[in-house]
Structure formats: structure tokens, C-alpha cells
Design a protein around this ligand. Structure first.
Ligand code: MGD
Ligand code: MGD
Ligand code: SF4
Length: 750
């Protein structure tokens, strides 16, 4: 077996080839297409524009959209999307399990499947009430689907049990933006990557998870000797290849590092007093404090103390803080290494703190920019509020005025939306196991593979009645489904995706759905109407009607994208909100006078944090706290999990493409050569990982990507469900699980 380093070199070459070498107008497949239909890549939150070549009603080719932000460039996953549509294991007929969980899934007609599903839901709604039903959705669903499901559940069934996989992914970033700036979503965009002189990349393996953005960062680095790249990740990933400084520190100690950087910046007077003095307040818990209190708090984070906690050299902490502060424009990028943590929201706050302290914000190249994982977690779930505590456009369940605004817009009596938050993901699956939630509608996600602590949470799927929309037979969750509805896949239907940079873009229908598959908005509407939801409440003929309603919802308020009409989306390759009118070009620099249309032109200050009642962003005093599990004498290693470039989550899609599957055929465990030597493990040996939850044997990849004491495994392989090993402790605020850190034993398997 190739070492991880060799893998990475191979992947790096693949990235270079597929990302850098592919000419902007190159295409994969048969280029003799009759028509080219505009869309967005099905995979990551980079949101690359694509053109799908169609001939005789079949998708035959794909190329990057030269007019979208990716300028015609795609990575290998994007380039290999077309064959996924025609994979042999596409789910193309409705199925039901007639006699309970142990009976087989059998193909039936749509009518029989719908009746079976809605009879059970009707029974549960009648006998157990709205809190006994739930919707579990996805940042991969189209915006219209998530908006519709949210409306049906919260306004129709009167159940706030609406959650989804963004809870596992971006919830901590949402918590960070909401608490620091008062509103969700980044203020920066990808244009900042072309202007930054310092990149602070923390907890993101950009090269494997957002390859086209990585290429843009690499290009920027090559363009000027002034540009510095700092990568803070316990693993020496492919991303660190372009780093001037790679900080490999003890997993879970980011809070100390970030406070340490703030300490140095303030101590060495590299903070921008004019900026934070004017635009910020300081807060400890719920209490307002002063800048001097903050300085006193930072005394606990001298470089020497932080070095002890993190394992870094004190000098490196000073150097990194100076580089961050002294560059002319610093962009921070982060992803799951920060979010999937029991202190994920705090870690997000501390990244924002660094920008607010130094004034690296609101200028081209100077911004905190969280990278979104899924193609539509931003637009589809965060913006439409399809989570248990949210309502559309930044409103929250807990606020009566917000509920009333939504009720009025939806034309339902005030008091219809329950005032109590629904169940967040982990609580939802627990409630399913306890029999409190009796029926769940799972849409475009595969929780039986991707939830943490799987042995515990699959009990919920085993106990509750499960209706699932799916596109591929290999999805692990189908093993628990009572009803499987075949979903029209990417480019078999139309809808909007919203990516990392607040850009909404349309994926148009290019071909007919395979077999009997149907667009999920049709499935949801049929389902709801059979359950008595009034036609007038969901009066849509198609996804476009839903978009119209949603666009108009946002005519006023801080999420304004009234100007993003379907007609514009058809013509333009994505538009970034705020965008209040049909002639507005979209916004790059949010909260900036003269750039953001929501900042009045005559506002006295150049920056206006209008998300906050006092128009000031908050610098939070957040102390270091260790992760939920740390290595100890009994379980002496830290296990972390994550992505590889060629596989997507549970691999139902990428696993069908031989070129991608061959690159990473199975999960494996990365282990440092020092540790391997001590344990007598060689490359390719079978290694047993044992945590407090379960144990599992995986092939070893001996490599210095992991620091000593740390092991890494990807999670795509359904034959080795590594999520059985993980705990399900969540962030106190965002309720996002700490996938990134648990304690484990490591031994050579006999
Ligand atoms: P991960 O591999 O999950 O990817 O994108 P990323 O977050 O970039 O984790 C990133 C890094 O966090 C890892 O390199 C890991 O070593 C590091 N890390 C672990 N513990 C710590 C820690 O304590 N501190 C810090 N600072 N870092 C730590 C995820 C993104 O990728 C997401 S959310 C989705 S949904 C998409 N999924 C996806 C995919 O499945 N496959 C591919 N190829 N691309 C994808 N893109 C998106
Ligand atoms: P996917 O494989 O993307 O993973 O977790 P999931 O969302 O569960 O599941 C998408 C499902 O939708 C697949 O079954 C696919 O076949 C199906 N599908 C594809 N296209 C369509 C369609 O058009 N319509 C419908 N209805 N279905 C479709 C992702 C989750 O994983 C995320 S987002 C994160 S950030 C977490 N990260 C993470 C981690 O870092 N480590 C570990 N160990 N586990 C993790 N799990 C989480
Ligand atoms: Fe698709 Fe992400 Fe690759 Fe772009 S970078 S082509 S969105 S997988």
C-alpha cells in the first residue's frame, strides 16, 4: 500500500493536473454536446460553476463555467460528476418495508409508497402530536427543498423538530457569527483570496476539501513574495505544502493558541485601537467589560504558558501573531478542525477577535472567512433557517416578534409556530431511540454512516418509522428505512445553491430524472398535502414558485436578496447577497459603507455592524478549555477523522467512479513513524483502534502527516464505519459534535 505521503503527493499531482492544468474551457466527456446547461458542482461548499453537456437527452460532458468564480476550473471530483448520474446503483423506484425493520425493502408504486408513509405519519400526528414527528435534512438539498420542508414542518405540522447535517458541520460557525456580529454568514468573499497578504488557515485541509479555493490561494502566494501562509493543524496536510509556517500543535488546544496570539498582539501594541475602540465592545459571559479587563484576561496566555498547553515553541506563537497583525491584509480560513469541537463557537469567536483587534476586516483581503463544507449549507439551511432553533433569514424560534413575522408572511394565525425550539440532531436521534419521536423524514443525508457514536444512534433509526429520500442504493441509512423515495439527482431537477461566499447560483435541469425518480419538492408537496396541509399554504407548481416566495420574503431586513430573481440566475453565474434590487450587482464587502447596500450611503462611519443593536461587534473573553476526551494512560492516543480529496462523505457518489474509488479504496489509519516503530507497526499492517465505544481494525499508513500521539482516519468507507468509535459530546451552544477529537488505544492487530 502507498504511504499517506505518497497518496498525498499523488493527490497533489492530481490537484495540480485537474485544477491547474485543465484549460479553462476543457471538458470531461463527449464534447459533441447539443446544448450546455449551466449548473453548480454537486459536491463541496466552494460552489464551482459547471456547464453540463447534453446530447439526445443524456448528460455526456462537463466543464467549468468560465463566468463563475472558479473561472472554468474544476477539481477531479467535479470533472467526474457525469458518470455518477448513470451509476448502476441509482435508486430509481420507490420501496417500502412492509413488515417491520427485519423485512426486506420491496419495490412498489409511488402511490403505495406515499400511502404507506403518510398513513404512518398521520397516525403519529394524531396519536402523539407534532413533537413526535421530525425532519432531518441536509446542506446538500436544494434551497427550495429546505425552505419547503421547514415551512411544512414548522408552519404546517407545527413541529419545530427540523434539523439536519449542517448541525454536524457549520453550526459552530453560525454561533460564532451570530454572537460576534449579530447575523450569520461571512462578510468576505473569494475575492479576498486574491488580495490577502497573509492567510491564516486553521483547522482546514483546504487542498483536499476545497481544492479550487486552494488553487486560488496558491496562485496568490505565487503572485507576490510578500504573501505569507500560516497553517495551524495538528496534521501536516497537503495544505501545509504551501505554508511559510505550519503550526502542529496538540489537538484541541486552539483556544489557547488564539488567545496567545491576541496576547502578543496587544502586548506588542500591534492592535488597531482606532478600529476596536470605535467598532467593538468587550464581553465576558453576559457581562460587558472593558479593553483593560480583556488585557488582564490575556495575561493567562503568555507565549510561554500557551507553549505549555499547545506543545508549540513560544517563539512561533510570537512570530505567527506578528505575521497576522503586521500584514497589510489578513484573511483567516477555517473549517471542521475549529467547528467540530465542544468549544467550537468559542474558537470561532476567538478567530473573529483577532480580526477585530487588528482591524483586518472590511477591506479587500482582510476578513474572517469560514469555509462551508456542503454545497448548500449556507443558502439552503442557514439562510432558510431549517434548523431546530431557527426561522428563515436569521430569525430565531425563541423570539416572538420573529415568529409573528414568519406567521404573517406565511399567512397562518399568530401562535401557529410553537415557541419551544425543536430537537437538535443528537437530541433528535436520542428521542427517536427513546420512542419520543416516532416518525422521521430523512432527506438527502446518510446519518447511519455519518453520525458520531453510531452504535448508539442507529438505535433511533431502528426504533422510529423512517421515510427517506435517496438517490443511491448503497446508502447505509436505507438499511433502516421503512420507505425509500427515489430522488431526482443533481441536474435532473432545478434549484438554487448558496455557497461559502453568500453566492446564490442556479443549477438548471439538464436531463430527465432516471427511472421513476422525482424532484424532492414534488415529493415533499405530495407528502404534505396527503397529510392535510392546505393547498393554499404550499401553492407551488414548481421550484421556481418557491424561490419567488422566498426571494420576496427577504425584501427587507439584513438577508436581503430580493434582487436575485430566477431570470437573473438563469443569465448570471451566481450573485452574492445582499442584493436588494434587480439592478444591484451583488455585494463583496458586507458591513462596509459604499459597498454593502444595507449600509446607508450617508452613514457617519465607514463600517456599520448593523446586525448588532448597538452596531458594535463583540470581542469575547473565552478561556481555554480542553476537549471532551483527552489522551490518558488508558487510551493514550488522540484519534481525529476527516476527508480525503477523492471521496465525498459516505462515498455513495464518489464510490461509483472508478478513478476516485481507486485512489482511496478503503479507510485507513495514519500513524506517525515514531509511534509505529514503538508499536511494531509497518505500512499496510492491520491496526486495531479501540475507543470507549468500540474497536475496529484498519490498514496502517505510516507517515509523518500525523504528529506523534495522533492518529487520523477518513470516514467514507461503509465497510469500516469508523464513526462507531467516536463519542457524541456536543458544543454547549451550537450542539455540534466533537468529531475531531477522541481518545483511543492503538495496537498492531494479530
Ligand atoms: P477535515 O478533513 O474534516 O476537512 O473540510 P475540512 O474541515 O478542511 O478537517 C480539517 C482538518 O482539521 C484536518 O486536516 C485535521 O487534521 C484538522 N484538525 C483536527 N483536529 C484539529 C484541532 O484540534 N485543531 C485544528 N486547528 N485542526 C484540527 C471539511 C469540509 O469539506 C466539509 S465540512 C464538507 S461537508 C465537505 N466534505 C468533503 C468531502 O467529504 N470530501 C472532499 N473531498 N471534500 C469535501 N469538502 C468539504
Ligand atoms: P453524505 O454521504 O453526503 O453524508 O453526512 P451525510 O450528509 O450523511 O450523504 C448524502 C446522502 O444523500 C447520500 O446517501 C447520497 O446518496 C444522498 N443523495 C445524493 N444526492 C441526492 C439527491 O439529489 N437527493 C437526495 N434525496 N439524496 C441524495 C455529512 C456529514 O458527515 C457532514 S456535513 C459533516 S461536516 C460531518 N463530518 C464528519 C467528520 O468530519 N468526521 C466523521 N467521522 N464523521 C463526520 N460526519 C458528518
Ligand atoms: Fe466541485 Fe468543490 Fe471540486 Fe469545485 S472544488 S469542482 S465545488 S468538489
Amino acid at each position: 500500500m502507498a504511504t499517506r505521503r505518497e497518496f498525498i503527493k499523488g493527490s497533489a499531482a492530481a490537484v495540480a493536473l485537474s485544477v491547474m492544468g485543465v484549460p479553462a474551457f476543457g471538458a470531461q466527456g463527449d464534447t459533441q454536446a447539443d446544448t450546455w446547461v449551466k449548473g453548480v458542482c454537486r459536491y463541496c461548499g466552494t460552489g464551482c460553476g459547471v456547464l453540463i453537456g447534453v446530447r439526445d437527452g443524456r448528460a455526456v460532458a462537463i466543464k467549468g463555467d468560465p463566468n463563475n468564480h472558479n473561472q472554468g476550473v474544476l477539481c477531479q471530483k467535479g470533472m467526474l460528476l457525469v458518470p455518477v448520474i448513470y451509476a448502476k446503483d441509482r435508486l430509481v423506484r420507490p420501496h417500502i418495508r412492509k413488515n417491520g425493520k427485519s423485512s426486506p425493502l420491496e419495490p412498489v408504486s409511488w402511490e403505495e409508497a406515499m400511502k404507506f408513509a403518510t398513513d404512518k405519519f398521520a397516525q403519529v400526528l394524531k396519536e402523539d402530536g407534532p413533537n413526535a414527528v421530525a425532519y432531518y435534512g441536509s446542506g446538500q438539498a436544494l434551497t427550495e427543498e429546505s425552505y419547503l420542508a421547514n415551512k411544512i414542518w414548522k408552519g404546517g405540522f407545527k413541529s419545530n423538530n427540523v434539523d439536519g447535517n449542517p448541525r454536524l458541520c457549520m453550526a459552530s460557525a453560525v454561533g460564532g457569527y451570530m454572537s460576534t456580529f449579530g447575523k450569520d454568514e461571512p462578510m468576505g468573499t473569494y475575492d479576498d483570496l486574491d488580495n490577502a497578504t497573509c492567510f491564516f488557515i486553521i483547522g482546514s485541509n483546504t487542498s483536499e476539501a476545497h481544492p479550487v479555493l486552494f488553487q486560488r490561494i496558491a496562485k496568490r502566494k505565487q503572485s507576490s513574495s510578500e504573501v505569507r501562509v500560516i497553517v495551524a493543524d495538528p496534521r501536516r496536510t497537503n495544505t501545509s505544502r504551501i505554508a511559510d509556517m505550519h503550526l502542529s500543535f496538540k489537538p484541541g488546544t486552539d483556544l489557547a493558541l488564539l488567545n496567545g496570539m491576541a496576547h502578543v498582539i496587544v502586548r506588542d501594541e500591534m492592535d488597531n485601537y482606532r478600529f476596536h475602540g470605535k467598532y467593538c465592545t468587550f464581553q465576558k459571559g453576559d457581562d460587558a467589560v472593558t479593553f483593560d479587563d480583556y488585557k488582564a484576561f490575556l495575561q493567562d496566555y503568555t507565549p510561554e504558558k500557551v507553549a505549555e498547553i499547545t506543545g508549540l515553541a513560544a517563539d512561533d506563537i510570537v512570530k505567527v501573531a506578528h505575521t497576522f497583525a503586521q500584514s497589510s491584509a489578513t484573511t483567516s480560513l477555517w473549517c471542521m478542525g475549529i467547528n467540530q469541537r465542544t468549544r467550537g463557537v468559542w474558537a470561532n469567536n476567538l478567530i473573529h477577535n483577532l480580526h477585530l483587534l487588528t482591524g483586518h476586516i472590511g477591506r479587500p483581503g482582510a476578513t474572517p472567512l469560514s469555509l462551508t463544507g456542503q454545497p448548500n449549507a449556507c443558502g439552503g439551511v442557514r439562510d432558510v433557517g431549517a434548523l431546530a432553533h431557527l426561522l428563515p433569514a436569521g430569525r430565531v424560534i425563541g423570539n416572538q416578534q420573529h415568529r409573528n413575522e414568519v406567521e404573517d408572511y406565511w399567512g397562518i394565525p399568530r401562535g401557529s409556530i410553537p415557541d419551544k425550539m425543536g430537537l437538535h440532531t443528537i437530541a433528535l436521534f436520542e428521542a427517536m431511540a427513546e420512542g419520543k419521536v416516532k416518525a422521521v423524514f430523512i432527506h438527502c443525508t446518510n446519518p447511519a454512516h455519518t453520525l458520531p457514536h453510531l452504535n448508539k444512534h442507529t438505535k433511533g433509526l431502528q426504533t422510529a418509522f423512517v421515510v427517506q429520500t435517496e438517490a443511491f442504493m448503497s446508502a447505509e441509512t436505507l438499511k433502516y428505512a421503512d420507505v425509500a423515495f427515489p430522488a431526482a439527482f443533481w441536474c435532473e431537477t432545478d434549484g438554487v445553491y448558496g455557497c461559502t461566499e453568500r453566492r446564490y447560483a442556479l443549477t438548471e435541469q439538464a436531463i430527465k430524472p432516471q427511472g421513476e425518480a422525482r424532484p424532492c419538492v414534488n415529493i415533499l408537496m405530495d407528502f404534505a398535502k396527503r397529510l392535510g396541509i392546505d393547498e393554499k399554504f404550499i401553492p407551488y407548481k414548481n421550484a421556481e414558485d418557491i424561490w419567488e416566495e422566498w426571494r420576496k420574503f427577504n425584501e427587507k431586513g439584513p438577508y436581503n436578496f430580493f434582487g436575485i430573481t430566477r431570470a437573473r440566475l438563469r443569465k448570471e453565474s451566481g450573485i452574492k447577497w445582499p442584493c436588494p434590487s434587480e439592478t444591484h450587482p451583488g455585494t463583496n464587502l458586507r458591513y462596509v459603507r459604499g459597498k454593502d447596500p444595507l449600509v446607508p450611503a450617508n452613514h457617519p462611519d465607514p463600517i456599520f455592524f448593523y446586525g448588532k443593536p448597538n452596531a458594535k461587534a463583540t470581542v469575547f473573553l473565552r478561556p481555554y478549555a480542553p476537549p471532551f476526551e483527552t489522551a490518558d494512560a488508558e487510551y493514550p492516543f488522540v484519534l481525529t477523522t476527516g476527508r480525503v480529496i477523492d471521496q465525498w462523505h459516505s462515498a455513495t457518489m464518489t464510490g461509483t467512479v472508478p478513478e476516485l474509488q481507486r485512489a482511496y479504496p478503503t479507510n485507513f489509519v495514519e500513524i506517525n513513524p515514531e509511534d509505529a516503530k514503538k508499536l511494531g507497526i509497518r505500512n499496510g499492517d492491520k491496526v486495531e483502534l479501540e475507543t470507549r465505544r468500540d474497536k475496529m481494525v484498519l490498514p496502517a499508513v505510516v507517515t509523518d502527516v500525523c504528529m506523534p500521539g495522533l492518529v487520523f482516519t477518513p470516514f467514507f468507507d461503509k465497510n469500516l464505519l469508523v464513526n462507531k468509535l467516536l463519542h457524541d459530546a456536543v458544543d454547549a451552544v451550537s450542539k455540534e459534535p466533537e468529531y475531531k477529537i477522541c481518545a483511543t488505544r492503538v495496537r498492531k492487530a494479530s
